[in-house]
Design a protein around this ligand. Structure first.
Ligand SMILES: NC(=O)c1ccc[n+]([C@@H]2O[C@H](COP(=O)([O-])OP(=O)(O)OC[C@H]3O[C@@H](n4cnc5c(N)ncnc54)[C@H](OP(=O)(O)O)[C@@H]3O)[C@@H](O)[C@H]2O)c1
Length: 322
């Protein structure tokens, strides 16, 4: 089968190589899946660079979420078992963790439902307890996890302010349903949020970026606000001033969604049922900006690494149906 493999760490476009390899063999409790569509996540870039919290042995295949097909023909969502990730024609995955792909979504959309939307759901509801009528500030709102958080925030009845880099992304964030969009390159995030909230600030901040995004967030967070620390796409991990959190009565909530798979797997399944319902109602729909053939995967991962992608880019291996 064809699979992209990384033999040394570095930039995705330089270190990902398309090779002919053997199909992976399922171990105990695992099943073989044909990959119908594989979603590109920022962590794929970090995996290539050797900067992710997990460092699979070299060589490895990146690709952390797919829509696949079981040997008995079921369409499922899966997180492939690294080091043999999803940018391949076949993967193995834990059978107990497979989830049914929602009928309302095509293969590419289904491949993008799991990590981004589960992260959004657990971040907004379980960590931040977002309530209807509150103001939610989402950084990288036209990106993968950001676009999911915008849709889930609207579904929860929040007023959503999206922060993006550039006018093209601003247009996408508006189409996604943001009530207000801030272009971080040309506007003052703190001033706009304060003005839009009558000086009160944002009740919940969803931050997949870190660095400057975090620093500005805590300057415009509301009394008893909650910052959900989702990621550090900027490459800069903030060192929060706890005196500042004390003085302004806000909370900083860390989120590592993957941990729920072991700490509370029933909640992950319950969340999937809820997401499936919301997808059937048309309330959420993964934003797929591009569907690329297998040969294009490395260049596409590089675009995500560079922060120039919007929504999700999906890799369709040969034989991928849609
Ligand atoms: N905590 C969890 O459990 C969890 C789960 C999934 C993902 N994550 C994290 O969430 C983050 C976003 O992942 P994603 O797949 O959805 O990626 P993404 O948001 O599609 O891409 C990253 C975005 O971050 C913004 N950005 C700002 N500075 C950047 C820089 N220096 N380099 C690259 N991007 C920059 C860009 O948007 P703008 O230009 O619009 O600002 C860019 O589009 C990642 O850090 C990922 O590791 C965490």
């Amino acid at each position: 089968m064809q699979a992209w493999r990384v033999h040394r760490n570095g930039e995705p476009s330089e270190v990902m190589e398309l090779e002919e390899t053997d199909r992976p063999t399922p171990g105990g409790g695992q099943v073989l899946l044909r990959v119908r569509a594989a979603n590109i996540n920022f962590p794929d870039a970090l995996l290539c660079r050797g900067q992710y919290q997990v460092r699979p042995p070299l060589p490895f295949t990146p690709g952390v979420e797919i829509c696949g097909e079981t040997e008995d023909g079921r369409r499922v969502l899966a997180t492939p078992a690294l080091p043999e990730g999803g940018f391949a024609e076949y993967v193995v995955a834990e059978e107990a963790a497979l989830l049914p792909a929602p009928d309302a979504l095509d293969d590419a959309e289904a491949a993008a439902l799991h990590i981004g939307y589960q992260t959004g759901w657990f971040g907004l509801h379980r960590r931040a307890h977002l309530r209807a009528g509150e103001t939610l500030l989402v950084h990288a709102a036209a990106g993968g996890v950001g676009s999911a958080a915008v849709q889930l925030g609207k579904a929860a009845g929040a007023t959503v302010i999206g922060v993006v880099g550039g006018p093209e992304k601003a247009a996408i964030a508006r189409e996604l349903g943001c009530d207000l969009v801030i272009d971080r390159r040309s506007e003052d995030i703190v001033a706009v949020v304060k003005e839009a909230t009558g000086g009160r600030g944002a009740d919940v901040v969803y931050d997949p970026v870190g660095g400057d995004a975090y620093a500005k967030s805590v300057k415009c967070i509301a009394f008893e606000g909650r910052v959900v620390v989702v990621g550090f796409a900027s490459g800069s991990i903030p060192a929060p001033g706890l005196n500042h959190a004390l003085v302004k009565n806000y909370s900083i909530a860390g989120l590592h969604w993957g941990l729920y798979n072991t700490k509370d797997p029933a909640a992950v399944r319950a969340c999937h049922d809820e997401l499936t319902k919301l997808a059937a109602q048309g309330v959420i729909k993964p934003l797929i900006s591009e569907r690329v053939p297998m040969e294009e995967a490395a260049r596409a991962v590089q675009r995500v690494a560079d922060g120039t992608s919007t929504g999700r880019i999906i890799v369709l291996p040969s034989g991928g149906a849609r």
